[in-house]
Design a protein around this ligand. Sequence first.
Ligand code: F6R
Length: 361
Amino acid sequence: DMGGHDTYMHKEIAEQAEAVDRVLRGRIDDRFATVHLGGLNLEPGEARRVRRIKILGCGTSYHAGQIGAQLIEELARIPADAEPASEFRYRNPVVDPDTLYVAVSQSGETYDVLAAVQELKRKGARVLGVVNVVGSAIAREADGGTYVHAGPEVCVVSTKCFTNTVVAFALLALHLGRIRDLSVADGKRIIAGLRRLPSQIDEILKTEPEIQLLAQEYADAKSMLFIGRVRGYPVAREASLKLKEVSYIHAEAYPASELKHGPLALIDPGMPTVAIVPDDDLLEKNRAAMEEIKARSGRILAVAHQKQEKADHTIVVPKNEDELDPILMGIPLQLFAYHTALALGRDIDKPRNLAKSVTVE
Ligand code: F6R
């Protein structure tokens, strides 16, 4: 049942405020400025002994894990990084007893992720799951974890599950942070930010008509570049994946800081750039990158917290706390990918060559 929408993708994009509300519900502890995650199965003493966190997933879940790793480093100050599970399991990784492993998967059935979890378990590692489908193979195999509570996702292209997974990581990061060194004040600040998300998501969804016009304007591009830095970079990567899988336009994400090391050579009027420009300590750096692109006659669509003079167009999104901004900045670009695919007449819910869950190698 698509509930009045033409595609599941559109329905699932539109459902994100309630989905985020669901992942927050019942978990916030205002008294101690923290969150409770029931199924984590990680005692405070154990959480304090974790020296590193390694996040494993594929595709969109890997990108959610990249934002998750940044949230964990920022809020809990535990070194963390994400890696495609499909790469990790083939490189004979060092499995270290002080590292906490986190497997991320919407379906909970992705073979590369499951195989990585099984190999880690065999070597005695502690593995948590951040999973959407309750009772799925990865959820059962993990030592504990948290459900993402996005509800069923039917469209092959993941949208609401990405957003909810990132929120679930924010909860995990806050939980770990408050066991370690995150102050009560910062815990309260992040909780207030999390509570603002659903209404801010609705605000973004209201700009859909404007995003549709922009998508129509850029739909003739043969290729698009997506740039961001630090918090904005995984947002750029996920937006680039969304565009290519649903519209079949080639898209590539780059850290804005790396432009001059190669990709600037690609810039011309036929190669537009989508720039993720949060209003944080890197704003001036991002503006400088846009200037470099303009100087080479590139078209720029910015996603930012205020209108960007250097860009041809800006999609303005509401500001949250710096750490939580990536959760919101990807949402207009889901709509952008959707409307680009619509303008090009693509099979939105079932893009060619793709399957919803990849249970083979
Ligand atoms: C992209 C997409 C895929 C999946 C990937 C992992 O929109 O849906 O990249 O994210 O196949 O799937 P899960 O999360 O089920 O493990």
